[in-house]
Write a protein that binds this ligand. Sequence first.
Ligand code: ZN
Ligand code: FE
Length: 204
Amino acid sequence: MADNKQVVKHGDISQRVGVEVIRARGVDVDNLIKMLIANAGAEFASTYYYYTILRMHLAGHEDYKEICEDARLEDRAHWELIVPRIYELGGELPNDLKAFHDGAGCVAAKLPDPPTAVNILTLLLESERCAIRSWIAICDITFGKDPRTYDMASRILNEEIEHEAWFIELLAHERDGKIVPSGHFRRGTPGEAPYSKNAHFYNP
Ligand code: ZN
Ligand code: FE
């Protein structure tokens, strides 16, 4: 199918076959780039930045702090994983941090008032839920058409689903005195990111 839709000419550096082939399979590349920038904004601005503040305010709960730190560093890994893909697709980040923040696909996880552990854990939980919805939307539009973006989005989704389970477990314990196991134990090192690989590779 792609063979009779070849658009990139010999030696042409203004277009990309990596884009041509996914467009030929039905991906709306401009829309995909917009969604990836919004998701990158959610990872970097709505969560990584604000989780730093949330983690500080879980003082006295070393267990909650560590899990928050895992989620924080893994969201940073998601940002690092997805940004190169935006450029490969021919997109770019806004050259303005405020515009980038304001275009994020999830609301900023600002320190709640009062900053109790229950309020912070609730905010963390709902932030992870937004991330799950955002990444599965990328999976939906790339499945069977853009294996590279799909692979990245599904790795990220794996970790976002784990993050939701962690915060359900912690919030159930802290707020309701209930046991709702996440099914997981702590990461080996903070923010290990087993699917998006914080520690083991950079800009795949
Ligand atoms: Zn994330
Ligand atoms: Fe997350």
